[in-house]
Design a protein around this ligand. Structure first.
Ligand SMILES: [Zn+2]
Length: 315
């Protein structure tokens, strides 16, 4: 490993929190545990799957549903829903390896943002591991057009950055755009506290469909007409677009490694984010694995036995 190599990180110790699932409405306890180098983020459902529980790797291949939230697991098998805000916190805090143990089907929504998970990770502490940190370096621009003016793209860039634009026919949101270079300090200060949001007129329909059972003003910004119902208002004037970046950061961490590239979203959501990842991995010439160095220069990664052989550069 080069002297200036960035090392992988995990948690120093285990830590837990309890909350409700925003869609299931059920109470769930979540533990974050340290994990072995190069093991990635792994979800474990302790309430199903017998001894040791059911294990689901936090990877794009395992996305089971991405309509209103991102759910992982196999169709008909155990699933874990609403992983995106936790994944954003793990990405933002640069945690490579962790076991996320849950005794229910959904990550607790907490306050609807990633801030409680950042707090939890910081309370547990972060430790470096001996293995070098690898990233996915974009070599070509990729974009996915979802129709109706919804587009997502990834463009080569020296670090990980993100921008987003939303346009709602609603005076409380209207047009918002935001751009950020994603590092632990910027993620925590500018993005982590942005909450999920929804419209009051959609809540009855969602509940009738068995969704948003745990949703409330405690864990979402709720808009009725052109008015924000939360008594304390917004955390940022442009909280909505910041939350869309938070979702994008979390969804893209399902690449299984940090990205060296710029993510842009235009009026998009979880489905298009995952479509973008599937497009990326279907085009091996569009990216390569690299080992990160402290000075942000990168070198092509050597094969790592725990992760299998990497594709050759430009493959
Ligand atoms: Zn969200």
């Amino acid at each position: 490993m080069p002297a200036l190599a960035v090392r992988q990180k995990t948690l120093k110790t285990s830590i837990s929190c309890t909350g409700i699932g925003v869609h299931s409405g059920s109470r769930v306890t979540m533990w974050l545990h340290p994990a072995e180098p190069s093991s990635g983020i792994v979800f474990r459902r302790s309430d199903v799957g017998g001894v040791g529980g059911a294990r689901i790797q936090a990877e794009w291949r395992n996305v089971a549903n991405a309509k209103l939230c991102t759910a992982l697991g196999e169709a008909g098998g155990p699933q874990v829903a609403t992983v995106e805000h936790l994944m954003a916190a793990l990405c933002g805090c640069e945690i490579d390896n962790a076991i996320v143990e849950l005794n229910g089907p959904e990550v607790p929504i907490m306050d609807g943002s990633a801030a409680p998970f950042v707090f939890l990770i910081e309370c547990a502490g972060i430790v470096e591991q001996p293995a070098p940190r690898r990233a996915i370096q974009l070599l070509h621009r990729l974009s996915v057009d979802g129709g109706d003016g919804r587009v997502v793209s990834l463009t080569p860039a020296p670090g990980f950055s993100a921008s987003f634009e939303i346009d709602f026919d609603n005076a409380a949101i209207a047009h918002q755009e935001y751009v950020i270079s994603v590092h632990p300090s910027t993620f925590k200060a500018e993005i982590a506290r942005a909450r999920t949001f929804g419209f009051a007129h959609e809540i009855d329909g969602l509940r009738a469909a068995g969704l948003a059972r745990g949703g409330s003003l405690e864990n979402a910004v709720v808009i009725s007409g052109n008015r924000i119902l939360n008594r304390d208002g917004l955390r940022y004037d442009d909280e909505f677009v910041r939350h869309k970046i938070l979702d994008g950061v979390g969804d893209l961490y399902l690449a299984g490694a940090p990205l060296l590239g710029h993510f842009h979203g235009l009026r998009s959501g979880h489905s298009l984010n995952h479509h973008l990842l599937r497009t990326l991995f279907a085009r091996p010439k569009a990216w390569r694995y690299v080992e990160l160095a402290v000075d942000r220069l990168v070198a092509p990664a050597a094969a790592h036995p725990a992760l299998g052989a990497y594709p050759a550069a430009g493959d």
